[in-house]
Design a protein around this ligand. Structure first.
Ligand code: C2E
Ligand code: MG
Ligand code: MG
Length: 757
């Protein structure tokens, strides 16, 4: 339906224009027919629009009144061109039409204007004044002098022409407004333009007899009728008073072109015509002055709007929108200024780098809007906590920076940091309720002997903040050069680790695990070693965490599993160990979260030909505590393969009994720390007894780690833990040393001697 009406509306418009053009070259006979035809078209359009489109009555009636007035006026002007009474009636109708148009367009404009009201008004005023000047010089002023009509008709015509300038002004506003210029709006614009042209021509005729032929008036009339029909029939007429479709871009180009033309044309007209008398001169002068004022005001207004837009842009680029604090760029500028002035002020500016502790948890558990509340509250706290001369900025997420350019001792810097830390002692009042948050503060002071860039000082404070985090959070750390060295060293390790595998710098050593009562080596634990080509050796305690953090643990961990199983295969085949000996490989959480991990394990088993139950994967308690669901899925799939799972370093983490039950575990490895104190500390003894009892109750195998002397071994055996590993039994040894180590270990009398003392 909408589509049909749209097509019909455009067809009416097209036909109208065709008829109007055609009409220019015809005699009055067919002309009347064309006029009649278009009038019928108009009536049909109004009926269809009321019935099918259900146009708002206000709009429908408004359009009908305008059409009726124009039709009446046209009929009078063509049928009774020389009848005085009819001329007066025609002019009264025309006057009435202009007033009616002003009121109705005013209403439409009010609804559709949008945001840039002053700009649109200014531009439209310029257009209106420009047209007025041209109309005055070319039509109104001459018609006063030369008119063949009575002064009443003349006066009425002048007034209605002057009013039509206001109509044009409103039309310009309509065109320049923020709402989309729908087809109906364009049709309305064109219809009024046709009508205005007809008025202008009639006025022209009035200047000196019928100069312009009746044909042209007819054509314009037909064009008007068809355009009004198209406007009322187009479905977009329904949204005439509802400006819901905003333009993407304001009509800046249209405005620029129209206003320029409206300025240039009157200037040309004024230049090529002379003023006729004093009144003419006065009106020209007043009009030009008003136009000049309008243009100047408009120029000032646009320059101002531009300046405001520019400063808003600059403000947004240097300020953080959430807290209203300076952002990283601006803070760096301030730090840089402070550093430049520091030597002349004899100051050592302080930069504090503040990071909210566990902010991610707040965001994840309470949502981002609560997170935003916390950040805003922290911003306020910090601003209130620091001295008036210090600056607070937010440089990213939960990171704030404080700059105090006036400090000149480290003590002052630390005192400032303590003030900041104190600001977090009281809970923050945020929407979810009072909340305690803490922060880690890194302190960096600019040294007065070495020139430092703003970036360097900020980075120093950042480095110190990480130290505060490592020290357990909610504290202050003061930057010193050694921190940078450590970071550089860590970076070197990180980069070297990426290459370690392909450079064959990594290898495995193995520590036997024995059953003391049976005097048997029941398995081995594979432990990774990194001997760098440059001669240095990096201990696992140092490189494994880095490998975990950077993700390198995934490829090197996969390599370790395959390599360890290959070694076991070799030992079993060569008779160096029993057929059922097992291999334990340490697995980090990051590996468990790797979606390919299970297939990597099963491939290693297949390639080495080791039975799945001969592989123990050692995981730490932390795997069960952080992201347990993800780990559980991987572990269940591994257990389904037949692989067994051991909890390493048991007792040092925070796992609970319920977690132990939920996880598919078959072995507990009692941590070295307990074994170490098992002889000397009674509390430890009872703790180990409890662990063993629990393990037995859950039907788990128990292995003691780090057994270093016979007393410890005896204590463990006495408590029923007979599987052990440790330096007493054997240090971790290279692959080649395993056969001899196993032979030496599997000597029962030696064990009996060891156990019995
Ligand atoms: P872990 O799995 O608990 O390994 C036992 C650690 O204790 C080994 O240290 C071993 O050399 C040491 N140890 C064994 N017996 C004794 C003893 O009687 N006394 C003392 N003081 N220490 C003993 P290492 O080889 O330095 O490994 C440290 C940790 O690095 C391992 O602890 C494990 O968590 C990790 N790690 C080692 N290799 C790998 C690996 O291939 N992958 C992963 N993800 N982690 C590994
Ligand atoms: Mg282990
Ligand atoms: Mg361990």
């Amino acid at each position: 339906m909408r589509r049909a009406l749209t097509i019909l509306s455009w067809t009416l418009f097209g036909t109208g224009l065709g008829l109007a053009l055609f009409h220019l070259f015809l005699d009055s006979g067919p002309a009347e027919l064309a006029t009649l035809g278009s009038a019928i078209g108009l009536a049909v359009a109004f009926v269809l629009s009321a019935v099918l489109l259900r146009v708002t009555p206000t709009v429908w009636c408004g359009a009908a009144i305008v059409a009726a007035l124009v039709v009446a006026q046209h009929l009078i002007s063509v049928r009774r061109p020389n009848d005085l009474d009819w001329s007066i009636t025609g002019q009264v109708l025309s006057l009435f039409l202009q007033i009616f148009l002003i009121v109705s367009l005013g209403l439409v404009v009010r609804r559709r204007l949008g945001s840039d009201t002053r700009g649109v008004f200014g531009d439209s005023l310029i257009v209106g004044l420009g047209v007025w000047l041209v109309v005055w010089v070319t039509l109104l002023q001459p018609s006063i002098d030369q008119s063949t009509e009575t002064s009443l008709v003349n006066g009425l015509r002048g007034t209605s022409l002057a009013l039509s300038i206001i109509v044009l002004f409103l039309l310009a506003i309509l065109l320049f407004s923020d709402s989309m210029n729908t087809a109906s709006v364009i049709f309305i614009f064109l219809a009024i333009a046709f009508q205005f042209s007809a008025d202008v021509l009639r006025s022209y005729n009035a200047r000196g007899g019928s100069i312009i032929g009746i044909n042209i008036l007819h054509s314009l009339f037909i064009a008007f009728i068809c355009t009004v029909s198209a406007a009322i029939l187009h479905p977009s007429i329904r949204s005439l008073l509802k400006p819901d479709q905003q333009r993407q871009l304001p009509a800046l180009m249209t405005r620029l072109i129209t206003t320029t033309v409206s300025l240039v044309v009157p200037v040309l007209v004024l230049a090529i015509t002379d003023s006729k008398d004093a009144t003419d001169r006065l009106i020209r002068t007043i009009s030009v002055v008003v136009l000049a004022i309008a243009v100047t005001t408009r120029v000032i207004q646009s320059v101002r709007a531009n300046a405001v837009a520019q400063s808003t842009l600059l403000h947004n680029a240097s300020m953080d929108s959430l807290t209203g604090l300076p952002n990283r760029t601006l803070m760096l500028e301030h730090i840089s200024k402070a550093l430049n002035l520091s030597s002349s002020n004899n100051a050592q500016p302080t930069v504090l780098f503040i990071d909210i502790d566990r902010f991610k948890n707040i965001n994840d558990s309470l949502g981002h809007s609560a997170g935003d509340d916390v950040l805003s509250a922290v911003a306020k706290r910090l601003t209130n906590a620091v001295p008036a001369n210090a600056l607070v900025g937010r440089i990213s997420g939960d990171e704030f920076v404080v700059l105090d350019a006036s400090t000149n001792t480290t003590t002052q810097s630390v005192l400032l940091a303590e003030k900041v830390l104190d600001a977090f002692r009281e809970p923050l009042a945020v929407r979810p309720g009072d909340m305690f948050v803490s922060a880690s503060v890194g302190v960096a002071t600019a040294p007065n002997d070495i020139p430092l860039s703003a970036e360097d000082l900020l980075r120093n404070a950042d480095t110190a903040m990480y130290r505060a985090k490592d020290a357990g959070r909610n504290c202050i750390a003061l930057f010193d050069e050694s921190m940078l060295e450590r970071i550089t060293q860590r970076l070197t390790v990180e980069t070297a680790l990426y290459r370690a595998l392909e450079r064959k710098e990594l290898h495995l050593v193995h520590q036997p695990i024995v059953d003391v009562e049976l005097g048997l080596v029941i398995g081995f634990e594979a432990l990774m070693r990194w001997d760098r080509l440059d001669g240095g050796t990096v201990p696992p305690a140092e490189f494994i965490p880095i490998a975990e953090e950077t993700g390198t643990i995934v490829p090197i961990g996969s390599w370790a599993i395959l390599d360890a199983l290959t070694h076991l295969r070799h030992w079993i085949d060569s008779g160096a160990c029993g057929l059922h000996a097992t291999m334990s490989v340490n697995v980090s959480p990051r590996q468990l979260h790797d979606p390919n991990f299970v297939s990597i394990v099963s491939e290693a088993l297949a390639r080495s030909g080791i039975a799945p139950h001969q592989l123990w994967l050692e995981i730490t308690e932390s795997v069960m505590v952080t992201e347990p669901e993800q780990a559980l899925v991987a572990l269940k799939r591994l257990v389904a393969l037949g692989v067994r799972i051991a909890i390493d370093d048991f007792g040092t983490g925070y796992s609970s009994l319920s977690l132990l039950q939920r996880f598919p575990i078959q072995r507990i490895k009692i941590d070295r720390a307990f074994v170490n104190e098992i002889v000397s500390n009674r509390d430890t003894q009872s703790l180990v007894r409890t662990i063993i009892a629990m393990g037995q109750a859950l039907n788990l195998e128990l292995v003691a780690e780090g057994v270093e002397n016979a007393l410890q071994l005896r204590a463990l055996v006495e408590m029923n833990c007979t599987k052990a590993q440790g330096f007493l039994i054997s240090h971790p040894v290279p692959v080649g040393a395993i056969p001899s180590t196993v032979v030496a270990l599997q000597d029962l009398p030696t064990w009996n001697r060891l156990i019995q003392g």
